[in-house]
Write a protein that binds this ligand. Sequence first.
Ligand SMILES: Nc1ncnc2c1ncn2[C@@H]1O[C@H](COP(=O)(O)OP(=O)(O)O)[C@@H](O)[C@H]1O
Ligand SMILES: [Mg+2]
Length: 298
Amino acid sequence: MADQAQRMREIFQKGQVFKESHKGGLSRTFVVASGKGGVGKTNIVVNLALILGQLGQKITILDTDFGMANVDILFDLNSRFTLIDVIQGRKDFDDVILKGPGNVRVIPGGSGLSQIVDLDRQQRERLISRFSLLEEKGGLMLIDCPAGLSHDVLSFIAAADELILVTTPEPTAITDVYSIIKIVDNYKLHSRVNLIVNMMNSARDGQNVFKRIKRVCESFLEIEVVFLGGIEYDQSVQRAVLSSFPYVLQFPHSRAAHCTRDIARRILFGVEKPEGEAPGAGKKKGFIKRLLNLWRAK
Ligand SMILES: Nc1ncnc2c1ncn2[C@@H]1O[C@H](COP(=O)(O)OP(=O)(O)O)[C@@H](O)[C@H]1O
Ligand SMILES: [Mg+2]
């Protein structure tokens, strides 16, 4: 793991990833990760996507944990194909993209992507151009990750514009999320991380978790921690999972839906963009190019 992160840092320091200035209108990419599994990432991605869509954003979800009871199940979507089929030339991009409710697009990523990706020039160009079509339309891409820090997850984190970390108030989840922040800070993958506290008992509970994490980060690291908000523990979430019908649609007046709407608004209006950047524009070149550069440099 340390070796992989070291390689990434070298790539960044050489400027291979960031040297091209961004073009306006690219998608803004948010990667959603956590140390521990089961903290609610997939539910958050799906329900945030729906609300951001309702707020007028073009939303694409890249599900990098496809096939593991994830976005497809929550949306009740059915697909046997993933980005891996596109990369290996068996399927066209359009055959793989799924349409969820509310015009949310879902790209099933397939797991172990970075391991199998050994693209020749033509495949690489094809993937970049197909992705660019999506990216140039602007909008937001949310990337749902498996738990922990595999090589895949680390490269998604490195290539995304913003990192959202999800924790619960449980001490083990907090410790695990802090380990991720330490690595992100160590290798300067981002200068800030955004935090969501899920399954909190109250707003104060969420604030306390945030303050604990922020205090440790301020004492030992050089990274900004931004609180996007908390989502209360709410059985509507579990009921929604059981019926494959997201809680913001099925229970729009639930506590969880209310909290998720606050977070969506903060993402759109509260988190300021890096200086000089047009609204909606990625700060670096397109996500997929950055990702492929990282993989190529393995
Ligand atoms: N705010 C919440 N309140 C109650 N239960 C929740 C909440 N968020 C998630 N859950 C429960 O946790 C389970 C795991 O959530 P999931 O989104 O699959 O986590 P992850 O993607 O991080 O592994 C869900 O099936 C649901 O039962
Ligand atoms: Mg998940």
